[in-house]
Design a binder for this molecule. Sequence first.
Ligand SMILES: [Zn+2]
Length: 137
Amino acid sequence: MIIFKTPELFREFVCDDVTHDVRVLATMFAVYMDSAYGRDVIVTSVLGGEPGVKRKSTTHEEGRAVDISAAGLPPVMGKSVSEWINRNFSTGAYFPEGDAMDACVFHDVGYGPHWHLQVAKGRPLIFKTRKHGDMVI
Ligand SMILES: [Zn+2]
């Protein structure tokens, strides 16, 4: 189940400014967490970016990112979950230096460990079927 830290975050999550694809990604994340760990997920940021971080997050501003809290969880679990997401989903985008833009980044940029889920601008979320190739959602 997805829990929103505040009612405002829920309103942001369902508004038209947030891309459908990042909502799908967050939903799949929640399904995985329930299935694999029996845990609910807590959304801590949608359009507002990452609290306390000076650099503005374009992905949040543009409705392409959602943060999910990993407070109190072991870092190894944080990495393991993000690896699962990135094995199964792709943004299909790369940074200019050649690194893939991962659909899930597990990090702590100053307001606690969390998963940053994101999709690329103007690109559909990709689901990797492995056996049959990739498909867009
Ligand atoms: Zn974020």
